[in-house]
Structure formats: structure tokens, C-alpha cells
Design a protein around this ligand. Sequence first.
Ligand SMILES: *[C@@H]1O[C@H](CO)[C@@H](O)[C@H](O)[C@H]1NC(C)=O
Ligand SMILES: *[C@@H]1O[C@H](CO)[C@@H](O)[C@H](O)[C@H]1NC(C)=O
Ligand SMILES: *[C@@H]1O[C@H](CO)[C@@H](O)[C@H](O)[C@H]1NC(C)=O
Ligand SMILES: *[C@@H]1O[C@H](CO)[C@@H](O)[C@H](O)[C@H]1NC(C)=O
Length: 348
Amino acid sequence: MYLLALLLPLTASASLTPSDLPVFTLDFDEHPSTRYTALFTHYKAQLLQMETMFLHSVAPQYRDEFKEKAPLFKDHNPEAYYSMEALAQIIGMETHETLLVNSIVDFSSWCTSIVARMENGTIIHARNLDFDYPSMMVHLVYKALIKKDGRIVAEAAAIAGYIGFYTGLRYDTFTVSYNVRMERLNQSDILKNIDYELKSGVLPAQQLIQRALLESTSYDEAVSLIVYHPVNTPCYIILGGKARNEGIVITRDRDRLNQTMSLNFKRWFVAQTNKDWWRAPDPRYQATEERLQNLTQAGVNPESLVSEVLRANGVLQSITIFQAAMSAGMGTFDVYLINDKQSGDVIA
Ligand SMILES: *[C@@H]1O[C@H](CO)[C@@H](O)[C@H](O)[C@H]1NC(C)=O
Ligand SMILES: *[C@@H]1O[C@H](CO)[C@@H](O)[C@H](O)[C@H]1NC(C)=O
Ligand SMILES: *[C@@H]1O[C@H](CO)[C@@H](O)[C@H](O)[C@H]1NC(C)=O
Ligand SMILES: *[C@@H]1O[C@H](CO)[C@@H](O)[C@H](O)[C@H]1NC(C)=O
């Protein structure tokens, strides 16, 4: 996938106003074949455009792979299979095509996530979600209210057409974000991610996060689920809780933990981009860290994380779709859409 962005929306406005996202309730007691009907129907035209665009931007090799493997998803990942079958029917495509596009996040997204402790002890969590074709993707962002056992237990900033979650809040419990781990990611790795997705017991990372949001009733439970459960791809999952040291970047290999970095009595923030920055320098991590140090712990709050750090040069990307700032302790979850006023995508 190739992308050149022309106009960079680098000017942070002085006052931050959260975007008013469309809201959809997703009931996880309902079968995946009908759970997303209202959502997919609402976004039908944009979904058809997005699916078609991504489908034509991936190598034929992946399309063949998915055509062959799609039926296997029925047993191994019925959540993905039946929701993507429903999407395919609504927009008039093939199930293997929507399944393929649903897996695309594994190969094309970039992100920055931060968890910080304010001076008064409150934990806050913010992220940039960076994704190819931002001016198209931004129109698919919605707020999901996540319902389980008849109760809304969590919410997420989600992208229609993709199941699982990348940015979420389990009310009064924890916040979570997902960053792709790009180390050596090449074609054979991507095909390996797909193979892993079909191994029994393995969950795609975004569905592992979904499970945590649905089932983990404490920060510690969410951390251990994410540390130990097999995932289809190396990745970073970042969690924030409510107590002083509840903030962690979990670096995952597929079958095991790679490492963790947590808040402690003197470390008041942890941050992550898409690389193992402790092994080789990563300019975006360096810019993030420098901005945080300059902001100081006294100056850090949900708004300054967005305006002073995530929107700073070197951190904000031309393909950033949104910023989210959330806190389990404060019960807040604000999303700021970027890239919604211009179309800077040029496909080479
Ligand atoms: C910390 O400060 C923020 C306001 O910036 C406030 O909303 C939050 O409740 C405070 N936390 C505590 C524990 O007092
Ligand atoms: C892709 O990465 C794998 C390691 O995961 C490596 O074995 C392989 O040589 C790499 N291929 C290319 C073309 O770089
Ligand atoms: C973590 O991942 C890096 C990069 O693949 C690897 O070199 C290192 O050995 C891994 N560490 C552990 C403890 O698995
Ligand atoms: C951080 O502050 C120092 C000293 O005030 C300044 O020289 C530097 O440019 C600042 N860096 C950033 C990224 O704002």
C-alpha cells in the first residue's frame, strides 16, 4: 500500500473540542451475524468504498490466500466469519473479501500510545490512531457501546467494518490501546499472522482486547489476559488503570510475552510507538518522550496530552485519523477526529 500525504493538518487549535461521533450499541449477547446490522447498514456506502479500495491495494497473493482459507474461519473464528459474512451480504461482496480487509490492520497501521500519572495520582491514557487512507477512514469512526449480559460495560472508539477494538474503556476499571509492532514485518510475516489466526486458541489482537473489555473485571485481570493469551501477531497493548502504578506497555510475541514496562514510583509515564525503541532509536518515540518531559508531570492532563504531545511535530502523522484521551478514574473518553476536512491521500 502506498500513500503520499500532501497537506498536513499540523496546526493544533487552541481549544480542544471533542468530536461528536455516531454511537452504536453492540450487544455481545447477540449472534455476530446480526449484531452489526444497524452499523453496517448506516455506513453501507462508505463501507463499500473502503472495502473496494483496500481489496485492490493488497497483493493478489493475499486475496488467493483468503479465498482458500475463508471457510476455516467458521470454526476457528466464528466472530470474524459471521460478522464479515453479514457485512459482505449488506454491501454485495464476497465473505473472503471482507475477511481479508478485516485483517488489514495487521499490515498497515501506525500509532502512538501514552499512559501517564497526573500529579494528583489520576491515571490518563491517550493515543493517536494512524491508518492508511485517513480521509476515507475518518468517516467510519464511531463510538461503540459494548453490551454484555444486558448491561453496557465498556465503550470503544471503533472503525466500522473492522471487528474487535483498538481503543477502549472498561468503565471504572481500565483503558486499553493497541499499537502494531513493525519490527521486521514483511510479507512472510503477514501470511504467518493469517496462519496463526487460524490456530486453535489464538485470537487476533483486536479480539483479545475485545475479550478483555467484555470479561476482565479488574486492571490486573486485563493485564494477565493480555500478557498470557496467544495472539496472531507481535504487538504492543497498552493498559491504564486507576491506582498509582497502573499503567503498562505489554510487548507481545505471538506465543509469549516479550517484555513489559510499567509506571512506578518515579516513572510517571510510559509511551509506545510501533518499534522496540529500546533496541534501536525511533524518532517518533524520541519526539514523544521529549514532549512529555517538557510538559512535565505538573502540566500533564487529558487535554495537554493531545495538544502538546500527540499533535506535536514528529508525533502527529499525516495519516493520523484521531486522538483519543481517556481515563478509567475520571470516567472520560474523548475522541478528536483529524483529517476530516481535506483529502490528502494520493495513491501511487
Ligand atoms: C486530578 O485532577 C483532575 C483535574 O485535572 C480531576 O478531574 C481528578 O478528579 C483529580 N484526581 C484526584 C484523585 O483528585
Ligand atoms: C521476513 O521476516 C522473517 C522473520 O520473521 C525472515 O525469516 C525473512 O527472511 C524475512 N523476509 C524478508 C524478505 O525480509
Ligand atoms: C523480544 O523481541 C526481540 C525482537 O524480536 C527479540 O530479539 C528478543 O529476544 C525478545 N525477548 C524475549 C525475552 O523474548
Ligand atoms: C524542550 O525544552 C527545551 C528547553 O526549553 C527546548 O530547547 C526544546 O526545544 C524543547 N523540546 C520540545 C520538543 O519542545
